[in-house]
Design a protein around this ligand. Structure first.
Ligand code: C5P
Length: 237
């Protein structure tokens, strides 16, 4: 059964410059407390955007989807944990479960040790299962559940998965296992490259903890209006 609770909104800052990111954060004001920094923005402006968000009092979800040999991923995760501002570090970061158990375990150890050493909270480490841009396949649920099991057994805090798999993950892995759901499309918006998309209502009902929304908000004529509409749906459902 899906968990009964109110998920939190994360806005994906998929823009090219620090100035665009700052303008969006300025427009969304207090409505949004968590921002996702992915490979597009981080490649363009690096740690500066993370420090800007932390200084602005926002939580940072660093979505760099690490996937490499165990040592390299462990070092990358340590570097991510060291991105702090005034004793506050990043809140969550991603790595590909398909990197394997050894890679995941070394990443967890590295995050724990670095966080202790520098005195910040260890970020939530969440595993990428199957990207939401992948279409429906017969065995997708089974594949996602297998990846979620490996993530949990390796010490990750949760997974990124589509709304279609969230309820099954919640049932199998319990209330403390974090589920992050991208591919959210309010009624009437374009699916774009997302194949396993869901409305905010469906995502809330699925028991996900965090709903990630990018283009429907950041490409909107009025990002603040769209955000308020999504928040009201989340809070009513
Ligand atoms: O624009 P849109 O709402 O589709 O953005 C979704 C965001 O979530 C993108 O930044 C994308 O990288 C990210 N994401 C995803 N699917 C995953 C993991 C992350 O779409 N499985």
């Amino acid at each position: 059964m899906a968990k009964k609770h109110t998920p939190q909104l994360i806005v994906a800052l998929d823009v090219d410059t620090l100035e665009e990111a700052q303008a969006l954060v300025g427009r969304l004001k207090e409505d949004v407390g968590i921002y996702k920094v992915g490979s597009q923005l981080f490649t363009a402006c690096g740690p500066a955007v993370v420090r800007y968000l932390l200084k602005a009092g926002k939580k940072v979800f660093l979505d760099l989807k690490f996937h490499d040999i165990p040592n390299t991923v462990a070092q990358a995760v340590s570097a991510a944990v060291r991105l702090e501002e005034g004793g506050r570090g990043i809140f969550m970061c991603t790595l590909h479960v398909s990197g394997g158990g050894e890679m995941l375990r070394q990443a967890v150890m590295a995050a724990t040790k670095t966080a202790q050493n520098i005195g910040v909270m260890k970020p939530l480490l969440v595993g990428i299962t199957v990207l939401t841009s992948e279409g429906k396949r017969d065995n997708i649920l089974q594949l996602v559940l297998e990846k979620a099991r490996l993530a949990k057994e390796s010490g990750l805090n949760g997974v990124v998965a589509s709304c279609q798999e969230a309820a099954a993950i919640r049932d199998k892995f319990g209330d403390d296992f974090v589920i992050v759901t991208p591919g959210i499309r309010p009624e009437g918006s374009q699916a774009e490259d997302q194949k396993r998309a869901a409305t905010p209502q469906e995502a809330v009902a699925s028991g996900s903890d965090f709903l990630v929304v990018g283009r429907p908000i950041i490409k909107a004529d009025n990002p603040s209006d769209v955000t308020k509409r999504i928040l009201s749906i989340i809070n009513q459902t």
